[in-house]
Design a protein around this ligand. Structure first.
Ligand SMILES: Nc1ncnc2c1ncn2[C@@H]1O[C@H](COP(=O)(O)OP(=O)(O)OP(=O)(O)O)[C@@H](O)[C@H]1O
Length: 247
């Protein structure tokens, strides 16, 4: 079931900079309980936007609001917001000797989940990510795609309402991408999912909404009629991506 409108995540007039250089300027967007893909060329600001949504970077101007609350408005608002966020960074960083279940328990401990809730939470995220049979295996003995799903499972352990993934498909073959996308489909039934990608051809199979980081701003790529088939949708996105800014 879709989340109520009031729980949307909104950015308004957002400016993000490193040093004195703006990466995004006056950017506006709205994210609902569906899968939003952020696309754009190298250096366009996709990761920067994702990091800002994860509150790893503080905006120079503008606001990030979740359910009408300015997440940077107070220390309490920031803490409450962070408790709702599951973050999957681009870099896979887990001790190779730890088993999948140990990684999940560490994530549950970090998120301060009550210990009695751990077994149910572990079962839930293993099921969503299709990792049940690998629970006891050291992550160093998993494939890149499986490790990526472990990171997603760890991010999901506290049932976050907002799931942010920076380039989650890097290095994955189509089979592993499909497994990841299947997991994200389940997550997006209840949570806001935002991911960055440079794989335009995958937008057709995963994106409910696509936005492009371009020229320091964010531009929605109109959703095509969902009745058209997947190949047509992909072609649609690719056409939109290559169209001039004024179109
Ligand atoms: N920590 C940083 N310090 C200074 N500049 C940075 C930093 N991180 C990113 N940048 C710059 O900000 C701009 C946007 O980078 P960002 O990583 O958000 O782009 P991207 O769209 O994710 O690119 P890619 O597709 O290559 O991952 C780039 O010009 C980059 O060089």
């Amino acid at each position: 079931m879709r989340r109520p409108q009031s729980d949307a995540l909104e950015i308004d007039g957002l400016t993000l900079a490193y040093g004195g250089t703006n990466v995004l300027e006056q950017a506006t967007a709205r994210f609902a309980a569906e899968i939003t893909c952020v696309v754009g060329t190298n250096g366009a600001g996709k990761s920067t936007l994702l990091r800002a949504l994860a509150t790893l970077i503080r905006p120079g101007a503008g606001s990030i609001r979740y359910g009408e609350v300015d997440v940077w408005g107070s220390a309490a608002a920031l803490r409450d917001y962070r408790a709702q966020v599951g973050w999957v960074p681009q870099e896979i960083d887990m001790p190779g000797s730890a088993s999948v279940i140990q990684v999940l328990r560490y994530a549950a401990w970090l998120k301060e989940l009550p210990r009695q809730a751990w077994p149910h939470a572990e079962e839930r995220v293993l099921s969503i990510t299709g990792l049940g049979e690998l629970a006891g295996r050291p992550v160093g003995r998993l494939s890149g795609g499986q490790r990526r799903r472990v990171m997603l499972a760890a991010a999901l352990i506290s049932t976050p309402r907002i799931v942010l993934l920076d380039e989650p498909t890097v290095g994955l073959d189509s089979e592993h991408r499909t497994a990841l996308y299947d997991a994200l489909r389940l997550v997006a039934q209840e949570s806001i999912v935002v991911l960055s990608t440079h794989l335009l051809e995958d937008l057709a199979s995963i994106a409910d909404v696509a936005i492009e980081a371009v020229g320091g701003g964010l531009r929605p790529i109109d959703a095509p009629n969902s009745d058209v088939d997947v190949a047509d949708r992909a072609a649609f996105y690719l056409r939109r991506m290559s169209s001039p800014l004024t179109s």
